[in-house]
Design a protein around this ligand. Structure first.
Ligand SMILES: Nc1nc2c(ncn2[C@@H]2O[C@H](COP(=O)(O)OP(=O)(O)O)[C@@H](O)[C@H]2O)c(=O)[nH]1
Ligand SMILES: [Mg+2]
Length: 359
């Protein structure tokens, strides 16, 4: 899965990117940084993988990964048509989810340049820009469809598309993101190709100071639209990333930060996106796989390889919790906790699976 960090300039996106990915991309309080986005792959922290590795001693260990992208932020009220450059926009559109970074720290230079921090205002500004970007796209598509219809060249698919687009334009016109319009999967289908920005799941990263960290419950309350939020002390956590683990732990305890920035964001992302993890285990490899809540055993097989989905016979399955509780696969077997599941089995987070299939 791929998360795009978006937000106004100087909100601390690159700082957070560095904290998340252990990279050392340049941050900047003055001018815009280099135009290309920073991209990094972050292994999803999952203590269960380590535990499984200690049991199976595999030759290879593979964590699930999330890809993080960091863009140049757009300036509030800047007089331009697009919030992202065309090349950035095509990258943002590829993101599975967006993480909106909001400035919540005081910084002499930035405060004098952009005014003191006001995360709610900035959230509104960015949302308005995203909505506007979608609205321009939806309206121009609607115009094209009308044009086709006038010439009698419309296809039946276009009728359905138009119906949805009319709803979308009305919603966006009322300042509502597409994700909040309650459109059915059937209605959303014709929109798929557009990859609208406000259709993407979104979470908020409140980027706070060491001083005001965990003192923003009023902000969380004021955050409308049921947006999931995580608070980072961006700069502080970027510095933590450079320390030895036990040293970093001490600092985190002082700040009452319970898990690393990476762990907190991944947990939130799994929550927001409805992702779950299943594992494959053995002497060769212990591997974590990401699928969506509601995915079946065949979907899980397909995540591993399309051949496994095509030739699927059944899945041998047991739960991580049971394995840890009983200590070995043999004990699981004796207790009858090793299950055989069919195609329609709904995979649960923490399932350990082995797919039987016809080649
Ligand atoms: N005090 C403080 N400064 C921060 C924090 N996060 C970022 N900054 C500073 O804000 C400036 C802009 O940060 P940057 O990550 O480049 O923002 P971007 O434009 O959104 O990528 C840099 O000088 C950072 O050091 C923070 O949590 N606290
Ligand atoms: Mg930046």
């Amino acid at each position: 899965m791929r998360i795009g960090l978006i937000g106004l300039e100087k909100s601390g996106k690159t700082t957070i990117f560095n904290a998340l990915t252990g990279s050392d991309a340049r941050t900047n309080a003055y001018a815009a940084t280099r135009p290309e986005p920073n991209i990094a792959v972050v292994p999803v922290a999952d203590a269960r993988v380590e535990r499984l590795v200690s049991m199976y001693n595999p030759k290879k260990t593979t964590y699930a990964v999330i890809e993080c992208m960091d863009f140049v932020g757009f300036a509030a009220g800047e007089d331009k048509k697009q919030i992202f450059s065309p090349s950035e926009l095509s990258l943002v559109k590829n993101a599975d989810a967006l993480a909106l970074v909001l400035r919540n720290f005081s910084h002499e230079t930035i405060d004098s340049l952009l005014g003191p921090s006001d995360p709610l205002r900035d959230k509104e500004t960015v949302m308005t820009e995203l909505i506007l970007s979608d609205l321009i796209l939806a309206e121009s598509r609607l115009e094209r469809i009308d044009h086709f219809m006038k010439r009698g060249a419309a296809t039946p698919d276009m009728e359905a598309e138009k119906k949805t687009l009319v709803k979308v334009c009305e919603g966006l016109g009322n300042n509502r993101p597409i994700s909040s319009l309650g459109l059915s999967p059937e209605e959303l289908k014709p929109l798929r190709g557009f990859r609208f920005l406000t259709e993407k799941p979104m979470m908020v990263i409140l980027n706070s100071d060491e001083n005001n960290f965990s003192k923003s419950s009023a902000f969380a309350d004021a955050l409308e639209g049921g947006l999931a939020m995580v608070e980072f002390a961006g700069l502080f956590e970027m510095e933590l990333g450079k320390l030895a683990e036990d040293e970093a732990k001490e600092f985190m305890e002082d700040m009452k930060i319970e898990a690393s920035a990476k762990e907190r964001l991944t947990m939130l992302a799994y929550d927001v996106l409805g992702y779950i993890t299943f594992f494959t285990v053995g002497p060769d490899e212990v591997k974590a796989w990401t699928i969506k809540k509601g995915d079946t055993a065949v979907d899980a097989a397909g995540a591993i390889h399309s051949d496994l989905a095509r030739g699927f016979i059944r899945a041998e399955c047991f739960s991580y919790e049971d394995l840890i509780g009983l200590g070995s696969e043999k004990a699981l077997r004796d207790k009858g906790l090793l299950r055989l599941e069919g195609k329609t089995y709904l995979v649960k987070d923490g399932d350990i699976m082995s797919i039987r299939f016809n080649a």
